[in-house]
Design a protein around this ligand. Structure first.
Ligand code: FAD
Ligand code: SF4
Ligand code: SF4
Length: 465
């Protein structure tokens, strides 16, 4: 088949920025079949497959792309699905630019092949035309418990279920999906997509129990007493960090976690839901990651006139995906770089009215390799705001490690594991995802869930022998 020499990726249609800034519908509508085949024909089918080495869940990229180029879209989906439990999710939110696409040879002189967009196309096409029933694996008689239904837990559960294990996922919230449901907004990742992915795991036998807080309703020890032979902890990093400055108790100041959960999980943006949420006029979001971008873009969609990202480093140091920064800018979000709040100011009703900020300058690199910001003395100034959202990081909730004997954590509160096997410091207990790494990415959490599933299988078969 002739290679398409086009240097750029085939563009994906998007809603106009002005229109989408006022709705929660998905920003990008995905490739048509014609666009997907055109893009798939850009792949060179490199013998050494550099792109595959950039994928933490080992998707056989050239194989699925060849199937798309040949018009076999279902075959492409099945090829992805062989190693990836959540292809429609990954195609949308994976940081492809630093994973698979970063290693694509077409990226040396032009843009890499749009691997994420093609993965999304194959998954969406499958979901739209889904007719066949999933074949349930033959049970092997062993039971495994998974704590948390984010990408780490779901991947571990899916891989074990495919090996014949009876897997029960215990989820603290009333809906499964973790950050995919309560963090990442509808306009980037529609919740029906997440629920369809979860439904396909249920079809192969994964049992999902919601409203089950492990460490409160049941302990890890009680799970073993109930006959589970191994436990995987994928409880994420859902404990928000606060600004730690005067005025944080003012009305209208909240964490991005709370703001996004009200919007995504409890649908506060819809008139037919009664979740309370304040619709502010001037919103300041403190932080520079994906969470800050999502919070800012949600605030805009709720009707705020001015939304400003306040970030203490410069644009180049922002950890958010470039695509998210670009989309936020297109939607009218303003950026105040090298600026940090030192105090929050309120009115007599105890409501936030402004942030007192200082200018920052960048000094020597810190442990993360990014240049350390330092305050410029005497640069205090005010930024008006009637809502402040803190998006400055998350840590693992201590509930599980404080209620389970033998689980060691590091000083950031992350569970200590053997990185190859994902086994914790307690026999039979494995962990992976944000609870081990701190806030990271969907695909790294999935990779960890996959490694843990493999080790759990070896552990249980080892006991049998
Ligand atoms: P989570 O997704 O956090 O899931 C953990 C689950 O465990 C939750 O459902 C929680 O309720 C449950 N749980 C916690 N404690 C208990 C308990 N005691 N008992 C039972 N259940 C429990 N990553 C990307 O790759 N791309 C992005 O674009 C991106 N955007 C993001 C935007 C936002 C707003 C946020 C917050 C994160 C984003 N991330 C993104 C990061 C990514 O979502 C996480 O790294 C990933 O979800 C981690 O997966 P996990 O399975 O470890 O944990
Ligand atoms: Fe790339 Fe993510 Fe798909 Fe892997 S799962 S091929 S990293 S988009
Ligand atoms: Fe195709 Fe790029 Fe992978 Fe080569 S590196 S096989 S061009 S996707």
């Amino acid at each position: 088949m002739a290679v398409n020499k086009q240097m750029e990726k085939t563009p994906m249609p998007e809603q106009d920025p002005k229109v989408r800034a006022a709705n929660f519908e998905e920003v990008a509508s995905g490739y048509t079949a014609e666009m997907a085949v055109n893009e798939a024909q850009r792949c060179l089918h490199c013998k050494n497959r550099p792109c595959v080495s950039g994928c933490p869940v080992n998707v056989q990229i050239p194989d699925f792309i060849a199937l798309i180029a040949a018009g076999d879209f279902e075959g492409a989906y099945q090829a992805i699905r062989a190693t990836n439990s959540l292809p429609a999710v990954c195609g949308r939110v994976c940081p492809q630019e630093s994973q698979c696409e970063a290693r694509c040879v077409r990226g040396i002189k032009g843009e890499p092949v749009a691997i994420g967009r093609l993965e999304r196309f194959a998954a969406d096409t499958h979901m739209n035309g889904q007719t066949e029933c999933a074949v349930k694996p033959v049970p092997n008689g062993h039971r495994v418990a998974v704590v948390g239904s984010g990408p780490a837990g779901l991947t571990c559960a899916g891989d074990l279920a495919r090996l014949g294990y009876a897997v029960t996922v215990f989820e603290a919230l009333h809906a499964a999906g973790g950050v995919l449901m309560y963090g990442i907004p509808e306009f980037r990742l529609p919740k029906t997509i997440v629920q369809q992915e979860i439904a396909s795991l249920k079809e192969i036998g994964v049992d999902v129990r919601t409203d089950m807080v492990i460490g409160k309703v049941l302990s890890v020890d009680e799970l073993f007493e109930q006959g589970f032979e191994a436990v995987f902890v994928g409880s994420g990093a859902g404990l928000p960090s606060f600004l730690g400055i005067p005025g944080e108790e003012l009305l209208g100041v909240m964490s991005a976690n709370e703001f996004l959960t009200r919007i995504n999980l409890m649908k506060a943006y819809r008139d037919d839901y009664d979740t309370p949420i304040k619709r502010a006029k001037q919103v300041a979001v403190v932080g520079g990651g994906n969470v800050a971008m999502d919070a800012a873009r949600c605030a805009k969609r709720l009707g705020a006139e001015h939304v400003t990202i306040v970030y203490r480093r410069g644009e180049n140091e922002m950890p958010a995906r470039r695509e998210e920064i670009h989309h936020a800018r297109e939607e009218g979000i303003a950026f105040l770089f090298l600026t940090a709040p030192v105090k929050l100011l309120g009115n007599e009703d105890g409501r936030i009215t402004a942030l007192e900020c200082v200018d920052m300058e960048l000094g020597e690199p810190d442990a993360s390799g990014r240049r350390r910001p330092a305050e410029v003395k005497g640069s205090n100034h005010r930024v008006p705001a009637d809502m402040v959202i803190a998006a400055i990081g998350n840590a693992p909730n201590p509930l599980i490690r404080t209620t389970t004997e033998g689980l060691e954590a590091n000083r950031r509160g992350c569970l200590v594991v053997n990185e190859e096997t994902m086994q914790t410091t307690r026999d039979g207990v494995y962990a992976g995802g944000d609870v081990v790494t701190g806030a990271a990415t969907v695909i790294l959490a999935m990779g960890a869930g996959k490694r843990a599933a493999r080790s759990i299988d070896e552990y249980i078969r080892g006991k049998e022998a």
